[in-house]
Write a protein that binds this ligand. Sequence first.
Ligand SMILES: C[S@@+](CC[C@H](N)C(=O)[O-])C[C@H]1O[C@@H](n2cnc3c(N)ncnc32)[C@H](O)[C@@H]1O
Length: 232
Amino acid sequence: MTLGTTVPQAYESKLYGEYSGLYDLFFARFFYPRIKAVIRDLKIPAGARVLELGVGTGLALRAYPPHCHVTGVDLAPDMLERAQERIDRKGWRHIELHQMNAMDLDFDDSSFDYVMAFHVISVVPDAGQFLAEARRVCKPDGRIIVINHFRSNKRVLASLDRRIEPITRRVGWHTLGRDEVFAESALELERVYKTSRRSLFTIVVARNAKPVVDSVVASRMVELDRQNAPAN
Ligand SMILES: C[S@@+](CC[C@H](N)C(=O)[O-])C[C@H]1O[C@@H](n2cnc3c(N)ncnc32)[C@H](O)[C@@H]1O
């Protein structure tokens, strides 16, 4: 899939296709402990519906309590295949996977209590559209949790990020500024933190502060109005 440009797009990286076998080898040990700590801190209640966007090889899946229901989506069939193997091996019945574009989700509005995005916002071509979809499918007052590397506020590190950008794009991600990602998202950032001072990764826990009147309620109101309208 291309965007009609010659600049390599992060999501087109072979890391999520033919080299997907290397993903866990390189990243599991760095990513999993942080993911596990973040999910544990959320204290996800029994019966909660969780959506993980860009679930990849399913690195995070073992961190979810089996009392919640997890839906994982990803565009890359090779990554999903590995995630499914993991689910089958462990016999997890509380997790289901779908091949789906996170920027155009096939779920109703307000379907999930939690929407997770771990190391994916800097892979998709449009972070704004990605967050808008996350917000749409998340219930009002639900939580959207992002773990990502964002451009540093320190000049030297920020310039390093910019210089290595052509390489990271080829490998499979690009570097965004945190403010530019969340400024337009209409999300209420509840907690922004790192698990250690030197960590390259930031955790953002955001409350979905959208109005309770969503499209489902709105269409019901239109229907009621129609039923109550005087016949002419
Ligand atoms: C860096 S990996 C992160 C995987 C996993 N969340 C983790 O932390 O290990 C990024 C994932 O996002 C997926 N991805 C990229 N663009 C996507 C899109 N538009 N919709 C769904 N998944 C996408 C890639 O296929 C890849 O599996």
